[in-house]
Design a protein. Structure first.
Length: 256
């Protein structure tokens, strides 16, 4: 039943605004990626990545927004549990897509076979574990043992993607090593929450930097999109072939 005489407090309202803002930002970003991709597979993947993230997170953020505004009840608790399961799966898919985004960002580089295998195997194992009913997603107790296992495997997936972005360094001047920092921040906020939030609710505040890290990843994609579009601007083309050649070297994505 809904809590009687529930009145949202300022922190509840702020959480609802933050969550809604994040979902709107991700949805708008996905639309921009698809509109301006012009067949460029890199930005199509960024659009899929953003929709995967937004869609999965909506399953647990929308119930959180409703809970913050209207209070909790058994239905909301169940929706939150299912939402956590869905978002756990979509977050795993997120990192698989991020691996292929790396490939299309740096087409001259190859994904090492061992790294690709580690990312794929760990991701599949985590998704399978997330499907187990023994996770008790919809209960307050959960399953600490399975939580540790599935998140340890998830960390392996993240480390694999981190290695890719470390190896590419500052290739093409894209500064995509920032992706490493964003992934580390996201894991630093996510893992403690999944492990301890049921017993220590205040740990849930770490989801704020985790969410900001994902927004940063999306923003990096938008920045690449802007760089690519700016290299095609008519103003630049007026300066002749020499400038176009320079732009091609600086922004090779415009050629793909």
């Amino acid at each position: 039943m809904r809590e009687n005489n529930y009145k949202p407090q300022i922190p509840d309202v702020m959480e609802a605004i933050f969550d809604a803002g994040y979902l709107i930002f991700a949805l708008v970003a996905a639309i921009l990626f698809f509109i301006f991709s012009q067949g460029n597979m890199l930005f199509i993947l960024y659009g899929i990545l953003t929709l995967t993230l937004c869609g999965g997170d909506a399953f647990h953020l929308v119930p959180r927004i409703i809970r913050a505004v209207r209070g909790s009840n058994d239905k909301i608790k169940r929706q939150l549990g299912i939402g956590l399961q869905v978002s756990s799966i979509t977050m795993t898919v997120f990192y698989i897509i991020l691996m292929y985004i790396w490939k299309f960002t740096f087409p001259e580089l190859e994904i090492p076979v061992i790294i690709k295998a580690v990312i794929w195997i760990s991701a599949v194992v985590r998704i399978v574990i997330c499907m187990f009913p023994q996770n008790n997603w919809c209960t307050d107790e959960g399953n600490m043992k399975l939580s540790i296992i599935r998140n340890a495997v998830f960390a392996v997936t993240g480390i694999g993607v981190i290695i890719l972005y470390l190896t590419s360094g500052n290739t093409y001047g894209y500064h995509m090593t920032r992706m490493v920092a964003a992934i580390i921040i996201s894991f630093g906020g996510y893992l403690p929450v999944t492990l301890f939030s049921k017993t220590k609710p205040k740990v849930g505040l770490l989801m704020i930097p985790k969410t900001c890290a994902y927004m940063w990843i999306i923003a990096m994609g938008l920045q690449l999109l802007i760089l690519t579009e700016s290299s095609k601007s008519p103003a630049k083309q007026l300066f002749g072939a020499e400038l176009r050649s320079e732009a091609d070297c600086e922004y090779p994505l415009s050629n793909h």
